[in-house]
Write a protein that binds this ligand. Sequence first.
Ligand code: NAD
Length: 495
Amino acid sequence: MVTAKTVVDLKLEEKYGLFINGEFLEPTNGHIDAINAANGKVLSRIARGGKVEIDLAVKAANNAFKEWSNTPIEERSALLHKVADVLEANQERLKMIECMDTGRPIHEFDLDYKLAIYQFRYFASAILTFEGISRPIQNGHLIVKKEALGVCAQIIPWNVPMIMVSFKLAPALAAGNTVVLKPAEDASLSTIEFAKLLKDVLPKGVLNIVTGYGTEAGQALIDHPDIHKLAFTGSVGVGRLVGKTAGERLLPVTLELGGKAPHIVFPDVDIDRAVENATLGYTFFNGQSCVLGTRLFVHEDIYDEFVEKLIARAKEVKIGDPTDPSTRLSSLINEKQGKRVLGYFDIAREEGAKILYGGNRVTVPGNEHGYFIEPTIIEAESDMRIAQEEIFGPACTVTRWSDIDEVIEMANNVQYGLAAGIMTENLENALNTANKLEAGSVWINQYFNFQSGAPFGGFKDSGVGREYSKEALDHYTQSKTIVVAYQMPPAGFFK
Ligand code: NAD
């Protein structure tokens, strides 16, 4: 494992270019500092791409499309396995780069990279069995082909960079598309370093990466006339903009947006286990993830004991330097995000919610720049803003329930529908409840239980479409129906 002591070996470049047509190009608009989220030091500088570079990247992707989409699936599959091999072989270094770029605990990246490597292997395999239809019909034959779309414009957020890169690239490339990907301006280093590693693996122009600001590179990408698909993960606000653009241009679109997941605790649980699972569920990813179980609904019979233990467990969560393997909670991505999270605690107080534990920024020596926020537990009514809006920090609300129908209604009464959790030993209760929850993923008794090939995506405002599963291949292809008649109908047939 790469530890803080070996950070000097990361050998980041002083500044990076834009990865276009297999080469690194100097940007016309200069660079943006890539900051260590915890200590504020400049790690490197990423290129500030804009309209000019997006245009070059889209051209390169269009030029590469014909050959890549006609490359036999066995070859594309083998190349995606190579991509996975490269990621696997370089993962320790990339994990540390990502840890410092995002401020997230190094400990968490084993999960990120396991999922990312797996994504490339999964789609390398899935494409081999992604079949259309071929069957004899009367006097002929029917063929339904799955054809690649063309150039995919993909835009991702900063919270889990390599997971996002893999979720976007693996199905798109497997299906024969070429890509222009824009990572988030706050965490692009692992993505651009990955591009360096892939320079001689993928044919030129198949993958292009343009770093830069959303309003510049991002906007230019979605507005470009020669793209054929939009795929976006990020906030609901920008997601609506991307969806609107797709609507106007009639482009296929997939959106993975925010979340505010309910986590329902039944009275029959082992409280210590449930508290552990709940704590993981609201603090992992520094609380900066759309899937977190941040709305805890606890049955009244166990409420007091559960909450008391939840607070005791929060006190034990180790806040520290992100590069320390024993750290479980570290710096939020930047000051803006830190202030936003603290601002939500003020909103909670103003609307009459009660902060039972946490709510403060803490200082970690050597990392005074970073926004380290205590795990925060807030007693709230389920319709308060603090229990409705995405905070994107290590905080959860706790709400008491007594009636199953009522808790399901409270759980569903939210604009989002990405994930949900249930804890109970009664599997009949669990499945009945899961069936009634409006969420794309429901985890029973173990939060974040991501499973191979299981579709991931949101109900309601959490998004459109599914990733992480074979369903994603449908979003990156279009069907062509070819009907063959062996002979034309006899002359006079139409009289
Ligand atoms: P964001 O929407 O501000 O930014 C996401 C990406 O969009 C970035 O690359 C950004 O540069 C780009 N962007 C911003 N404005 C743009 C524009 N006008 N045109 C084109 N691109 C533009 O989101 P964020 O703050 O980076 O990420 C946090 C959000 O992402 C949260 O709301 C979170 O829930 C969501 N998220 C969702 C998932 C999911 O799978 N559902 C996963 C991770 C994060």
